[in-house]
Design a protein around this ligand. Structure first.
Ligand code: MN
Ligand code: MN
Length: 454
């Protein structure tokens, strides 16, 4: 057992490096809670390192980026020949949350409260989102096209929002007789928004007052909420976890931990291979849409590179390039939860602190919906990681018939690319406070860097 514990394999110097890297990562998580915010943050980092918009002309050792709809982005390094195979690291920057409905406002005359209705996004356990401070992040676009940025609930003196739970005194039947996951239902996830009524207003005094406030504060009308991307996220901040500060807890680590570590790996390395680090949206709801991994974004990026290089190329050439490219699907896995060991197969489960997890296949019951990494690619990864001293482990999500999950791996495999899932393991995945071992965070960064530089 000891020989697998990552913390026993490192010296004091590397431990300091881990703590420094964790602080940078926490700072990122503090500022970034949505996919749009992630794109802005990473563009800023990349531009400082000389990355420029992908357009006309490709230089040797050129650094470029391509943004799609402010919600997905690809960072591209081109070595000496844009037609050589690519090393690609793909992750996602959306996280489970609550979205405001297009018509969110509910004036509840019985309680004298105004609420916002939401539709949850991705796989959440609904009860985890109640009775906690929540923030609203996003944009409202007026009919004339003006974008109003909204972030409420992050500054210390900002108000926050919350979904009111029922007191235990009155919960005996209405919640007590239900199954845990049914205690709250989708339509119950409504936020407290306001409470002071407008004077001399007969019909909707509470709603009127709220609309007045929205107009004053943000210059928006009720109808403008129809053209908005507004996301409800935990208002809490990332924190060190544990007396030894060995872990880090925060919202949105699935999968911004892989986005952060892979972008940092690219910015900090000296690649020779053509490299793409791509960050998708919409993974948590099936990777659909034109910013999800099921779109043609990867194909588009490589095509744009070839276009920019000014060479003639055929569709066959493009397919040749894609079929010979290699991909890390960078997404989180689970580590053994000491309170629910029964869901793990201990032979194949990953442990916190044993390093980044190499996952041969995801999917569920009968390997369904998995692209599965080939033995040859698994061997190549072992070789790269061992030669660069990356601390890593192998792991599968859980017991065979316990459930399952997927990543963007299979959508990249469609292009003929060889793909393997590699990412750190979390505790409390998809909750408002996901926990990672700082050693695993660091190992993910080291692993992605080794792949890029190999
Ligand atoms: Mn994920
Ligand atoms: Mn997820």
């Amino acid at each position: 057992m000891d020989e697998k514990i990552g913390w026993l394999k490192i010296g004091e110097k590397e431990k300091d490096e881990i703590m420094d890297f964790s602080r940078d990562y926490m700072e990122f998580l503090r500022k970034v809670k949505t996919e749009r915010e992630a794109v802005t943050y990473f563009l800023n980092l990349a531009e400082k390192k000389g990355f420029r918009p992908l357009g006309k002309g490709i230089k040797k050792n050129g650094k470029y980026y391509l943004v799609k709809n402010e919600k997905a982005v690809a960072f591209v390094f081109i070595g000496d020949d844009p037609e050589k195979p690519y090393r690609i690291i793909a992750s996602h920057i959306d996280s489970p949350r609550l979205d405001l409905k297009p018509a969110p406002i509910v004036e509840d005359k019985d309680s004298h409260l105004v609420l916002f209705k939401t539709h949850y996004y991705g796989g959440i356990k609904k009860y985890q989102w109640v009775s906690r401070p929540l923030a609203i992040h996003g944009i409202v676009v007026t009919k004339s096209g003006k974008k109003v940025n909204i972030v409420v609930g992050e500054e210390e003196d900002d108000p926050v929002f919350t979904i009111p739970d029922l007191l235990p005194h009155l919960s005996r039947k209405v919640q007590g007789e239900k199954k845990l996951l049914e205690g709250f239902e989708g339509e119950d996830l409504q936020l407290l928004i306001s409470h002071i009524p407008e004077k001399d207003e007969e019909k909707s005094p509470f709603k009127k007052a709220l609309l007045k406030l929205l107009k004053e504060k943000y210059s928006i009308e009720e109808d403008d909420l129809y053209s908005a991307d507004l996301e409800v996220v935990p208002a809490s901040q990332p924190r060190d976890v544990g007396l030894d500060r060995s872990m880090l807890g925060a919202y949105g680590q699935d999968d911004r931990i892989c986005a952060y570590t892979s972008v940092r790996a690219l910015l900090d390395s000296r690649p020779e291979n053509n490299t793409i680090v791509i960050l998708f949206d919409k993974e948590e709801i099936g990777s659909d849409g034109n910013v999800g991994a099921q779109s043609n974004l990867v194909e588009y990026v490589i095509t744009k590179v070839l276009d920019a290089s000014g060479r003639d190329y055929s569709y066959g050439k493009l397919l040749d390039i894609m079929h010979s490219s290699k991909v890390i699907s960078a997404d989180v896995n689970a580590v053994v939860n000491p309170l629910f060991k029964q869901v793990h197969d201990m032979n194949n489960a990953a442990r916190a602190g044993n390093g980044v997890i190499v996952t041969k296949y995801t999917g569920s019951g009968g390997k369904y919906s998995s692209s599965e990494a080939q033995a040859e690619l698994m061997a190549e990864i072992r070789n790269i990681f061992d030669s660069k001293g990356v601390i890593y482990q192998f792991g599968l999500l859980g017991k065979v018939d316990e459930g399952g999950g997927g990543t963007v791996a299979k959508y990249l495999a469609r292009y003929g690319m060889n793909v393997v899932d590699i990412g750190p393991g979390l505790l409390s995945m998809h909750s408002p406070f996901e926990v990672v071992s700082k050693l695993d965070l660091w190992s993910a960064y080291r692993g992605y860097k080794a792949f890029i530089e190999a």
